[in-house]
Design a protein around this ligand. Structure first.
Ligand code: ADP
Ligand code: MG
Length: 246
């Protein structure tokens, strides 16, 4: 199976602290690859290097076969990289549908080509409506973001990310702060998302990880200590000791 993301020997230090310690990891096409590990393990630091927000000290990052280690974020996005941002990136005074429609327009470059925008407006809204219909937000399309629950905002973040048609989605703790029912809705949505995008999923909620992941990598003090299927990771004594606490 081919890899949409291939990380090799990545290193990132903050002063004397080795936050990313020769990390190698692959996310295959169609795969949900979970990245787990205790607080301070270096998960967010790794995600930030994949996005291009932080420059690695050494090692390589390949996206869709291209070396993007020194490539700026927009070029990575053009190659198919997507991520969920903080909820603050949503437009509070606008509806769910307007937020998704904006994201579709941004992808099509319509901000800068007003004539295309007019010509293709119907297509933009059709696509926005299709994305919303595929989500748990269908009954909430006309609701302002300000009036959504926390869980609904997290779902909208994901729909907005999907509007960019990513081939690889980076998700940093999508379950954080969700109640039980909202978590189940998010799990269901990520499961359906797998058909269109591979995912690197950083998540503490182990029920969600075990429900979703094809493979899991375990990061401890900046190092990957194990990569395997759910069963392999659950039964790995080193992982249990370092992370699962059993
Ligand atoms: P995680 O997301 O797994 O909880 P982080 O990637 O946020 O871990 O942090 C990994 C380590 O790197 C921690 O010890 C953290 O304090 C340190 N760290 C993260 N960002 C910086 C930074 N910008 N400058 C210095 N140290 C940092
Ligand atoms: Mg983190």
């Amino acid at each position: 199976m081919s890899a949409i993301l291939a990380i090799e020997d990545l290193v990132k230090c903050f002063g004397g602290l080795v936050a990313t310690d020769r990390v190698s990891l692959e996310v295959r096409e169609g795969e949900i690859h979970a990245l787990i590990g205790p607080n301070g393990a270096g998960k967010s630091t790794l995600i930030n290097q994949l996005c291009g927000e932080l420059a690695p000290d050494s090692g390589t990052i390949r996206l869709a076969g291209r070396d993007v280690t020194r490539v700026p974020t927009p070029a990575r996005v053009a190659l198919g990289l997507g991520r969920t941002f903080q909820i603050t990136s949503l437009l509070d005074d606008m509806s769910v549908r307007e937020n998704v429609g904006m994201a579709v327009q941004v992808r099509l470059g319509h901000n800068f080509r007003i004539f295309d925008a007019v010509r293709d407006r119907r297509a933009v809204w059709q696509e926005a409506d299709r994305l919303i219909a595929d989500s748990a937000l269908a009954p909430r399309a006309g609701v302002r973001v300000a009036d959504l629950s926390h869980g609904e905002k997290k779902q909208l973040e994901l729909v907005v990310a999907l509007a960019m048609k990513p081939r690889l989605l980076l998700l940093d703790e999508p379950m954080a702060g969700l109640g039980h029912v909202e978590s189940l809705a998010m799990i269901e949505m990520l499961r359906r998302t797998r058909e269109s995008a591979a995912m690197l999923l950083v998540e503490h909620d182990m029920d969600a990880v075990f429900a979703l992941a094809d493979r899991i990598s375990v990061l401890v003090y900046g190092k990957i200590i194990a990569t395997g299927t759910v069963d392999e990771i659950r039964d790995d004594p080193a992982v249990r000791e370092a992370y699962l606490g059993a």
